[in-house]
Design a protein around this ligand. Structure first.
Ligand code: 5GP
Ligand code: ZN
Length: 112
């Protein structure tokens, strides 16, 4: 938990989000500014700033996120989708709690 992190606040329930999935390790919720018909974010409950902050100990968590993406995308009605992880300010990252964008079903040309 990081005090001023918007995704930690969503995880704790302090601010609302439209959740589509949750378990002990991860949460998925719809992006507040969707760039496709379906656009959700897969977020670990553990606060990690970005891919740059990942270590070997996070291998299973990162793998779990990637394996969940197609399952949740299918549940959202997608047969195909785009995934994106923005990393660092220069990588277009705005929220510094690592997250995987999953987008499909319409315009998904945005790079964030
Ligand atoms: P980034 O550029 O860091 O990869 O993307 C952050 C994403 O988080 C953006 O697509 C933005 O719309 C989304 N986002 C930021 N704040 C909130 C929020 O409070 N609720 C939800 N559901 N999404 C948010
Ligand atoms: Zn956080």
């Amino acid at each position: 938990m990081s005090a001023n992190c918007v995704f930690c606040k969503i995880i704790s329930g302090a601010i609302p989000a439209t959740k589509i999935y949750e378990d002990d390790d991860v949460i998925a919720f719809n992006d507040i500014r969707p760039s496709a018909k379906v656009h959700f974010l897969l977020v670990p409950k553990l606060h990690i700033d970005s891919l740059l902050g990942c270590e070997n100990e996070h291998q299973a968590l990162l793998g779990k996120m990637l394996l969940l993406a197609p399952q949740l995308a299918k549940q959202q009605g997608l047969a195909g989708f785009k995934t994106l992880i923005n990393t660092g300010v220069e990588g277009g990252q705005e929220v510094f709690h690592i997250h995987l964008h999953v987008m499909g079903g319409g315009n998904q040309s945005r790079n964030s």
